[in-house]
Design a protein around this ligand. Structure first.
Ligand SMILES: Nc1ncnc2c1ncn2[C@@H]1O[C@H](COP(=O)(O)OP(=O)(O)OP(=O)(O)O)[C@@H](O)[C@H]1O
Ligand SMILES: [Mg+2]
Length: 352
């Protein structure tokens, strides 16, 4: 069931258009990530949903109600920002109570709700602490509790983890996702970290220069990237240059090697195309499956524990591939000539 609909949302600052015709419907309880490079318009869209910024065009509907012209205090949105935005002069309790006080809730109701929220984020014991007495991760959990306390219709999280160190980020993103599921709250999470977006989202919006290049499940985004930008922004990607030999039979040449692709080739013979291949697509172990063999020289090989990451030179292209560790194999050595078995379906033609 659609809960939040953005229709033809646009935003210009002066003559500069930073959001172009953005369209999206988000279901009730859904967790959607906006993923994209710096400056692509993620925060601007969130600020429009929150009512901090007026769209230049388009409509924002939440629960069948057009909110496009409402001020931020007339909307019921919870927001958590990248930098710790707690009130420094208030303790944890008062920070979480803030929105409820502004709404004029009775004292005992505020107390019960704040304690419920602190329990949710496992910080009941720190109600009297001030922000400067807490770690960054604890502060962001309080910011989350503060945003959730007034029971918002929609939760907006703008890179809430980016100031934290890697380990805390992973545990806190799981915690945010678990709380979001528990409450069933419709959520937009902004990040430029692709692993973060893939790991916790129902759907991901990959944004590129003020537009949504692709909207899909993490599985779809990763395995069937709609554009070249999506393919290269999400996950590690090999780009292999090839020449079209015969569009009819879908044959291309990678150096001297002729490869029959699964995908239709819409370009004439002689054209240069870029093929995309994920690092996990190939294997060099004896008897590996695959209808295509790429031969190349090993440039480097790194044993990372559970995976072995190897780069090989295939007709002038550097191709990375990962394979799972297996004590029975001999890891490739620099300079070795290896045969990389792949499935031709894993070679995608990238649309420019
Ligand atoms: N108030 C403003 N006035 C003028 N330009 C603005 C304003 N706010 C944002 N912009 C511009 O709009 C574009 C999008 O900015 P936005 O903050 O939405 O990017 P973002 O995707 O959130 O980036 P980041 O990942 O760095 O936070 C940028 O080019 C930015 O400079
Ligand atoms: Mg931003």
């Amino acid at each position: 069931m659609t809960f939040l609909t953005l229709t033809n949302i646009q935003k210009s600052f002066g003559a500069v258009k930073v959001v172009h015709d953005f369209n999206m419907s988000i279901n009730k309880g859904e967790f959607v990530s906006f993923l994209g490079p710096s400056g692509c318009g993620k925060t601007t869209i969130l600020r429009m949903v929150a009512g901090f910024e007026d769209p230049t065009g388009g409509t924002i509907v939440i629960d069948d109600k057009d909110q496009s012209r409402l001020k931020s205090n007339q909307r019921n949105i919870g927001m958590v920002f990248q930098a710790y935005a707690l009130f420094p002069n208030m303790n944890v309790f008062d920070n979480v109570a803030f929105g409820l006080k502004v709404a004029g809730k009775p004292k005992d109701e505020i107390h019960a709700r704040v304690m419920e929220m602190l329990k949710l984020i496992h910080l009941e014991h720190l109600a009297d602490r001030y922000p400067y007495q807490m770690s960054g991760g604890q502060q962001q959990r309080v910011a989350l509790a503060r945003a959730l306390a007034p029971k918002p219709q929609v939760l907006l999280l703008d890179e809430p983890l980016s100031a934290l160190d890697a380990k805390i980020r992973v545990s806190l993103r799981e915690e945010i996702r678990q709380i979001q599921r528990q409450l069933g709250i419709t959520t937009i999470f902004v990040t430029h970290d692709q692993e973060e977006a893939l790991s916790i989202s129902d759907r991901v919006v990959v944004m590129n220069a003020g537009r949504a290049d692709q909207i899909g499940t993490p599985f779809e985004i990763y395995n069937r990237p709609a554009t070249r930008f999506v393919a290269s922004f999400v996950g590690t990607l090999n780009l292999i240059e090839a020449k079209v030999v015969d569009p009819q039979s879908r044959t291309v040449a990678i150096g001297d090697l002729s490869v029959a692709l699964k995908e239709e080739i819409k370009l004439p013979a002689g054209s240069t195309v870029q093929l995309a291949m994920r690092p996990e697509a190939g294997s060099i172990i004896d008897g590996a499956k695959g209808d295509t063999t790429l031969v190349g020289q090993v440039l480097s090989s790194h044993f990372l524990g559970s995976v072995i990451r190897t780069r090989i030179d295939v007709a002038g292209n550097t191709v990375s591939f990962d394979m799972f560790n297996d004590p029975s194999i001999t890891p490739p050595a620099i300079g070795d000539t290896v045969s990389l078995k792949i499935d031709s379906a894993d070679l995608l033609i990238l649309q420019a």
